[in-house]
Write a protein that binds this ligand. Sequence first.
Ligand code: DX5
Ligand code: ZN
Length: 228
Amino acid sequence: MSFAPLIIAPSILASDFARFGEEVRALDVAGADWIHLDVMDGHFVPNISFGPEVVRALRPLSARTFDVHLMIAPVDPYLEAFAKAGADHITVHAEAGPHLHRSLQAVRALGCRAGVALNPGTPASAVAHVLDLVDLVLVMTVNPGFGGQAFLAPMLDKVADVKAMIADRPIVIEVDGGVGPDNAGACAAAGASVFVAGSSVLRGGPDAYADNIAAIREAAALARGEMV
Ligand code: DX5
Ligand code: ZN
């Protein structure tokens, strides 16, 4: 069986907000495959993070894929701003608006790869009718809003459900929330190939980032029976 490449996507939500630029550079050097940018509006989720101007400011600092996760509602009025700011991927929540297809079509029309995210309370079936419009499905493994929460193990079944649903379509599954070396293997075994990690990568400061990223990659690879 062949697998999608393992992708580690550190979230700068766990970084030092006074040093975003240095943090992105450090994560890039440490081996991050993608940089995950969590956008929160204080409405769709009970926290506020940052908007498109921060994405724009960080864009020149790394050539890595910018994986923008929008936890905002409404989302449509802001898609263009994030695309113009340099997002490579834009992920919108299935719960964020009444017209999911329109949002995803708009993301692709802007030249970005499109993702759809599922809150823990939303079943896998919510994405069944948009699979031709997405490049990734993000399964939240915590309730969105904050970093540092405990991984919700029952979400592994949802990952497996999504994996079965996407069949041979070129769609990757991303897990986000409480992900680290202790559960990355189970996520990989269930079908995830993209691992968003805030606290477990950024703990210990920049000198630890490379080892922290490698530990997640090794745990996932081991579960797939691959050598690292
Ligand atoms: C949660 C965000 C996550 C979060 C992950 O709302 O979408 O990306 O930053 O952080 P950890 O890995 O600390 O759970
Ligand atoms: Zn996220």
